[in-house]
Design a protein around this ligand. Sequence first.
Ligand SMILES: [Fe+2]
Length: 481
Amino acid sequence: MLKICRSKVNVFSVAGQNDRKWSVPGYTRFNTGRCILSATVPSSTQVEIAARFRSTRRRTLALCEPLSPEDMMVQSSAEASPVKWHLAHTAWFFESFILREFLPGYRLFNAEFPWLFNSYYASFAPFPEKRLRASFSRPGLDEILRYRKHVDESVDRLLGANPEPEALKRIELGVNHEEQHQELLLTDILHAFFTNPLRPGYLPGAAEPKFAAWEGKNSEGASASGDAHSLRFQEFPGGLSEAGHRGLGFCFDNEMPRHRVWLEPYALARRLVTCGEFAAFIADGGYRRPELWLSAGWDAVKNNGWQAPLYWTTESDGRWSVFTLRGEQPLARLEAAPVSQVSYFEADAYARWAGRRLATEFEWEAAAEGRPVAGNLLDSGRMVPAPAAERSHNQAPLPSVEEPTQLFGDCWEWTASAYLGYPGFQPLAGSLGEYNGKFMSGQMVLRGGSCATPAAHIRSSYRNFFAPETRWQFSGIRLAS
Ligand SMILES: [Fe+2]
C-alpha cells in the first residue's frame, strides 16, 4: 500500500465541518447576487481558511492510503479519472488561479503542468483529451507528490503574507474544489475496482459495513423484501418560497441569486428508495417495460444493456450482489439500504412504476433549508449508503416522526429539475466562470450529498449536476407526489 501520508489527520473528520466555521464574516452580497468578499477580512477568518486548506489537503492524501501506485493509474471509464490525476489537478487549481496571480515571484513547478493538468478551462490553456489521462505514466507519482508539496508551501507562504481578500476567496474556492475531487476520487476508484476481476475492496479489512439493523423493518417501515407501499410521505403546504444561497458562508456561483419560487402543495418520501424496493421494480420487469421510461431513457436501457443499477451483478444462483467501497456485498445485506449508482432515467422510471414522481430541486430545498447538515456523509467513515434507521456518529438526534430523513448524505438525490442558471445568474469573472456556468445544458440537478461528500462541503442550497445517463456517482432516489 502507498505510504504517502503519516499525518495525524482523520480522513473522515475535519475541524469545523458541521459548525459552519467556514463562514466568512467579511462576505457581503452585491446586487449581482454573487457572494464576494468585502474589503476587510478579520484575521481570525484568515486563520480559519488556512486551517481548512491544510486539513483538506491532508485528507486528500489520507484517502489515497489504501491505494497502491498502480491503483492510482487506473482510468476505467471515460468519465472517471485516475487518482494520480486528481492529486495533480487539485494542486494545479491552486497554482493556476491563486499562486500565479497573487504570490509575487511564484515559480511554476513545471512549465508543462499548466496545460497538462487543466481539466476543461478552455480560456485558460489547452488541455489533453480526458480519456487520455490513464496514459500519464509520466510525470511519476513521486513528482506529483513533490508538486503538491511545492503548492502547499507556496499557499502557506501566501497565507502568511496577509493576502488580499480576493486571494482568500480563491483559496476557499480551491478548497471546495478539492473536496469535490475527494468525492470523485472515491467514486472513480470504486469504478476502477469494479472493473478489476478480483473486485478488491477499497477499505481493507472491512468486508461488512457496521450496520446494526440489516434485517427486518427499518424505522420507516421498509421491509427486507422491499415493500414500496410501506413508504410514508410528509406533506408540505407549498406557496411562495425562496431558493438559493443566503447567509454569510461560502457558496458556488450557481447557487445564486436567491430568488422567489412558487410551489404547489407537495409531499416527499420520508426516506430514500431502498435496494429491496428497487429489486421489486426489477422483478416486475422494470427494465423490460418501455412504458415506464422516458424516450431517451429507454434508448439508454437498450444501448447500454441496463438490467440493474451499475454495481449490481447476479451470482450463479441468480441472487444479486452489490459492489461497494467495502467490497462485494450480497443484496440480502443491503435490502434496507438506499439504492445507489442509478441514473436519472432509472430514478424517473422507478418513480413512474411506483405511481409517484421525483421532486423538483426547489421542493427539495424548501424541505431541507434550516435543517442541520447531518447524515451519513464522508465524515461518518462508512462510505456506503446506510438504512434510514441507522445513525452515524455525527448525526443529529433522530428527527420527529414529521420530518424526512436522509436529506443529507447516503446518496445524492436526482431531482426533476434541469440544471439551469437562476434568474439573474452571473458566472464568476474570467476563466473561473467556466467552473459551473458552461454546463447548464443537458444535465439534471442532484441534491443533498452522499456518503462520499465531506460534511463541510454540503448545504441545502448546494446544486450538483450530471447528465441523465450518469451512473457512477452515489446517486439515488427520493419519491415525491
Ligand atoms: Fe476540477
